[in-house]
Structure formats: structure tokens, C-alpha cells
Design a protein around this ligand. Structure first.
Ligand code: G6P
Length: 614
């Protein structure tokens, strides 16, 4: 992981790099740095510092930041502590060559030993530093231009990378390459922008090229050439960006996470737009059409995902099994890829990923594809690696999600899964017209109902204030609300650093009940119609041990009102759709607790938005 950005053209590079790094900071924020080529300096000017992009911005005040060619990096440490030395860019000892890198060089140890033997001195603990010495060594011994030296070097490298390289000896040249880590190239008029995603590029140009694995892009004298690392010239496809700039700003909210929580009525509408037709009881999913007539051949669905997307997958399991009656298995992508899974003919593998770049999810998909499964993607970022490798897919259209803790992406993923489940159910004849109509009507009403839930913000803030110092918190749910309990616990732990666990409510008595005392807050999602009585008795079990109950209930609830310490009411909806409402108070609760504890909610410690390394 890490964010990279680079520029070559007629503008001053530095402001573009700093702004770009701020947009990419969600990918990592341990340290940041830039390298610039200034015609009046005899070497590359590199500035780097442990900390955030704001610290770098401060640090470069009064430094020479001239130059129309430059690159920047924001780091999420994998090899080596997050300090000034390990920050990127990494330079040759004469500061004539500079490299930034996102990914992991797996054989860095072997390469490093060899380069040390040849007299190169390593100053950092990073895997990346081998690249700069390797390229320098190749140029020195083989007397080749930068582009060729990079291609030769990459033949020796095992691992994943997106890299950009500058050389003071070739000041009008910028080289970039990718394998396994994303790299987008913005094509302007006599200028080029390179970045880990399109967000640093969108305000300058909408024309982009998504660099493919094993490709090397070289800009020289204002022209770009893309070749494979085998030196074959490629004919790149220029696509048009669709994201808008406003969606990348905070829009008056204190944090991106809060903005994203509050934007869910709109993001859910965007997700459903043109896809739900109540008039004739239809779901229209362009990316699913080609599978519709072969649904009978699907014996099993395997969902692979990580983090919040995995929780959405668990909700999907309930939806698809209940509505379409197809068996579903939900797998952590990181486990699936390494446990020699049995993939059978007739397996339909769904990958869920906000970013579309998560390394484990990509690898799980590659494995499934290699074994003949049909692979389908549910992603948010248009044009990312997962949508480009799948046989088909549906975008969630939630808009850019910047806050590291995923919120609107989750509700959009669940919405897409609901639509996929309905489509499967209808095509397989497993749902009546009346039931289909009921759920579709319920879906259309969801955005308004989310608005109602958001009105509880002050009440949730009040509850947050009471429990903000709790060391532990338990989240309980049953049935389709169990994954919501997991998601609520994940939100709290990732941004407030309070230890939190999600549990199936009935399973509590097999362990977590031992933790309950009068200081323990327990969030219970008690909206289920089917299991309502059972959840009530789970709440009684907690109360008997003096635990504090924060209950998410359906408006008008009376039984739980008598038992709970705090009641957050959400509007009535179909049980299949209830996660779309019940998760919202949990997002807000985690948000307010984290803010009250003084945590950086948009950039929680040690986390990153997009995990492009294993
Ligand atoms: C990281 C993020 C999570 C996200 C997970 C999966 O851990 O911090 O918010 O759920 O990756 O990411 P994906 O982009 O594949 O949904």
C-alpha cells in the first residue's frame, strides 16, 4: 500500500504533488516525501519526513521546490519503521536517481546482498531501496538509458509494485511501471499525471490510461510510450473519468467519515438509480445480464472479500440463500487463497471490494478464475483491477470513499447484493411477484428512511459521551443482523481503539457473557422480526449480569424499551433490508466515540483504506 503521484509537464510540479498526496493519504500516512528536478540544481531535490502530508508541506517551506518534473509518496510502512530515512523517495547516493514505490519487493534480501557486494550502501530498512541501486548499477554497467535500465531491473524483481523513477541525467524523462499495484496515467496537453488512483488527476484532465501489469510507461520530450517489460510497444486505451471534484472534498463536514455517513441517502439512490423498476417489478443490472440465462447451472456461490466488504458478503449470504435458494459460502480472501479450496464446475465466485485493489481479494479471484470458476465483481472504484479482471460485475456507484473506515461503501454493497439476490430469485422462479414487489418498494423507500435514522445523530452523540471511556464493547445480533454486529464492532475498534467484538446474540453465552459486568456496554441490534423473542431473552441474560444495553430497535418497540438502558429507534422496513438502516446508528456511535476520544477518525493509526499488499 502507499500512495504515489507524479507529474511531468509545463506547470510547477510541487503544488500538484502535495495536493495529490493529500487526496491519496487514505492509502497510508506514516511518512511522506517528494523529489523534484530543477534545471538549476545539479542533483535531484528530495524532501521527506515521518508524519503526514501536512508535515511535509510545512517542512518544504523555504526549500527549493522548483521544477516541472517531480513525484511524491505517502507511505504505509511494510518494511522498516515509519521514520525519515525509510520515507520515500529513495535516492542513489549521488542523488541523481530517485524512486518511489507502492507494493513489496519480495526478493529484496537477495538483491540487497548482491548490491552490497558490489559496493552499494543502503541507508534505509526498506525493500524499495534495492530498486534505486539496482537501476543505477545497470545504467553504470550497461550504459543504457533510464527506460531500458528500468525494464532490465524489473526482470530481476519478484513481487508487487507500482513505481516511478526520475533521473537528473535525463531531466525531461519520467518512467513508471506496474505489476500488481495500481497506477493511473492522466493525459493532458503536453503534460502527464501519474497516481495510485484517479483522485489527484481529476481536476486537470479526464483522459486516463490504466497501466496494466508488466507495462512500463515512459514520457520523454512530451511524448508517452507504453511498452511491456519485454519491450513490446502497447497501444493504450484512453478512458474518461467519471468522478467529480466535489465528491472529493469534505463539503462542510468535520471529517470525511461523517460526510460519507450523511451522504448515504444519496449514495444509495445513486446505487439503485435506473436499476429498480417498481412499475414492472424488475431489477435491471447491466453487468449481470449475461449470467441471467445460465443461473440454473450455478450450484454454489462463493463470496470472497476482506474487512467491511466481507461483512457485506455475510449479509449477501443471508439474502441470496433466503431469496434465491442458492448455497453461499463467504470466505476471507486471505484464507481462501492459501488453503487449496475446492472449486467446482458451476461455482460462481463473487468478489466484493470497495477499492477493487485489495491484494488478497485479487489473488483469491485469480485462483478461482484459474480453476475455471465464473468470477463476478462488486466494486466501487470504476476501472480498478478487480472490475477489469472479472467476467462481469456491478459497480456500487457510492462515489469516492475517502474515510478509512468504510461506511457508504458497505450500504451500497449490501444494496447491490440485494439486487443480485432478487434477480437470481426471479430468474430461478424462487420468488413470488408479490414478494418481489414488496422488497422493491421497500428498497425505494430506504434512502428516506436512512435520513430518518440520521436525525438521531444528537441522541447517539449523547450515548457516545456516556460510553466513550469503556475499555470493551460487545455487539450482538441474530440472523441478518449478525454481520451488522460484526460491522458495528469493527467500526468502533478501528477508529476509537476500544476493543470491540461482534457476536451472534445466542452464542454470547458460550464465552463473552463472562466479560459482562456493570461497566460493559452491549449494543444489541434487535430489529429482527423472525428472532425478536429470542433477542429479547438474550437482552434479559445481559441485564441479569448488570450489563448496559444500547438497543437498536424498530420504531414503536415496547418490550425492549423496558429492558434497555438506551433505545435507538429506526424506521420499520422489510427484514431483508434492515441492515441498511441498523448499521447507520452504529457508524455514528463509533464516529462520535472516536472524536470524543481525540482520535483521527479519517486516518486511524496503522490502518489504510486500500490494502494492496498481503
Ligand atoms: C481495509 C480498509 C477497510 C476495507 C478493507 C477491504 O482494511 O481499511 O475499510 O473494508 O480494506 O477493502 P476493499 O477495498 O477490498 O473493500
Amino acid at each position: 500500500m502507499c500512495g504515489i503521484v507524479a507529474y511531468i509537464g509545463h506547470r510547477d510540479a510541487c503544488p500538484i504533488l502535495i495536493k495529490g498526496l493529500q487526496r491519496l493519504e487514505y492509502r497510508g500516512y506514516d511518512s511522506a516525501g517528494i523529489s523534484l528536478i530543477d534545471e538549476n540544481s545539479s542533483t535531484i531535490n528530495t524532501y521527506k519526513i515521518a508524519g503526514k502530508v501536512a508535515d511535509l508541506s510545512e517542512y518544504i517551506q523555504n526549500k527549493n521546490i522548483n521544477g516541472h518534473v517531480g513525484m511524491g509518496h505517502t507511505r504505509w510502512a511494510t518494511h522498516g519503521a515509519p521514520n525519515n530515512t525509510n520515507a520515500h523517495p529513495h535516492n542513489s547516493d549521488d542523488n541523481m536517481l530517485s524512486v518511489i514505490h507502492n507494493g513489496i519487493i519480495e526478493n529484496h534480501d537477495v538483491l540487497k546482498k548482491e548490491l552490497i557486494k558490489r559496493g552499494y550502501k543502503f541507508v534505509s530498512d526498506t525493500d524499495t531501496e534495492v530498486l534505486v541501486h539496482l537501476i543505477q548499477d545497470i545504467q553504470k554497467n550497461q550504459n543504457v538509458l533510464l527506460e531500458e535500465a528500468v525494464r532490465i531491473a524489473l526482470h530481476e524483481v519478484v513481487g508487487a509494485y507500482a513505481i516511478v523513477i526520475l533521473s537528473r541525467n535525463e531531466p525531461d524523462v519520467l518512467i513508471a511501471a506496474r505489476k500488481g499495484s495500481p497506477l493511473v496515467i492522466g493525459v493532458g496537453e503536453n503534460e502527464y499525471f501519474f497516481a495510485s488512483d484517479a483522485t489527484p488527476i481529476v481536476e486537470y484532465t479526464r483522459n486516463v490510461i490504466y497501466l496494466q501489469d508488466n507495462e512500463v510507461a515512459s514520457v520523454r520530450g512530451g511524448n508517452i510510450v507504453i511498452k511491456t517489460i519485454e519491450n513490446e510497444i502497447q497501444n493504450p486505451y484512453i478512458s474518461q473519468l467519471e468522478i467529480n471534484l466535489e465528491a472529493l472534498e469534505k463539503g462542510g463536514f468535520e471529517h470525511f467519515m461523517l460526510k460519507e455517513i450523511f451522504s448515504q441517502p444519496e449514495s444509495l439512490m445513486d446505487c439503485m438509480r435506473g436499476r429498480i423498476r417498481v412499475v414492472d417489478n424488475q431489477v435491471q443490472l447491466g453487468g449481470f445480464t449475461k449470467f441471467e440465462n445460465s443461473l440454473d447451472k450455478i450450484n454454489r456461490i462463493i463470496i470472497v472479500a476482506c474487512g467491511t466488504s466481507w461483512h457485506a458478503g455475510l449479509v449477501g449470504e443471508y439474502l441470496i440463500e433466503e431469496l434465491a435458494r442458492i448455497p453461499v459460502e463467504v470466505e476471507y480472501a486471505s484464507e481462501f487463497r492459501y488453503r487449496n479450496p475446492i472449486i467446482l464446475a458451476g461455482d460462481f465466485v463473487i468478489a466484493i471490494s470497495q477499492s477493487g485493489e485489495t491484494a488478497d481479494t485479487l489473488a483469491a479471484l485469480e485462483l478461482a478464475k484459474g480453476q475455471g470458476a465464473t468470477i463476478f465483481g462488486i466494486c466501487n472504484v470504476v476501472g480498478a483491477s478487480i472490475p477489469r479482471m472479472t467476467d462481469g460485475g456491478v459497480y456500487t456507484h457510492a462515489g469516492p470513499e475517502i474515510g478509512v473506515a468504510s461506511t457508504k461503501a458497505f450500504t451500497a454493497q449490501v444494496t447491490v447484493l440485494t439486487m443480485v439476490a432478487l434477480k437470481m430469485a426471479q430468474k430461478r422462479g424462487k420468488i413470488t411477484k408479490a414478494r418481489m414487489a414488496e422488497i422493491l418498494k421497500g428498497m425505494v423507500e430506504i434512502p428516506e428512511k436512512v435520513k430518518e435514522v440520521l436525525k438521531k445523530d444528537d441522541q447517539i452523540k449523547y450515548i457516545a459521551d456516556i460510553y466513550k471511556d469503556a475499555p470493551n464493547c460487545l455487539y450482538l445480533g441474530r440472523g441478518i443482523q449478525f454481520p451488522v454486529a460484526l460491522e458495528g464492532a469493527l467500526k468502533l475498534k478501528e477508529i476509537s481503539y476500544i476493543h470491540a467484538e461482534g457476536y451472534p446474540a445466542a452464542e454470547m453465552k458460550h464465552g463473552p457473557i463472562a466479560l459482562i459486568d456493570e461497566s460493559m456496554p452491549i449494543v444489541v441490534i434487535a430489529t429482527n422480526k423472525q428472532n425478536y423473542e429470542k433477542v429479547v431473552s438474550n437482552i434479559q441474560e445481559v441485564k441479569a449480569r448488570k450489563g448496559k444495553i444500547i438497543a437498536i430497535v424498530t420504531e414503536g418497540d415496547t418490550a425492549i424499551a423496558e429492558l434497555a438502558d438506551h433505545l435507538i429507534e429506526i424506521p420499520e422496513t422489510d427484514e431483508m433490508l434492515s441492515p441498511l438502516l441498523s448499521v447507520v446508528p452504529l457508524q455514528l456511535l463509533a464516529y462520535h466515540i472516536a472524536v470524543m476520544r481525540g482520535c483521527n477518525v479519517d486516518q486511524p493509526r496503522n490502518l489504510a483504506k486500500s490494502v494492496t499488499v498481503e
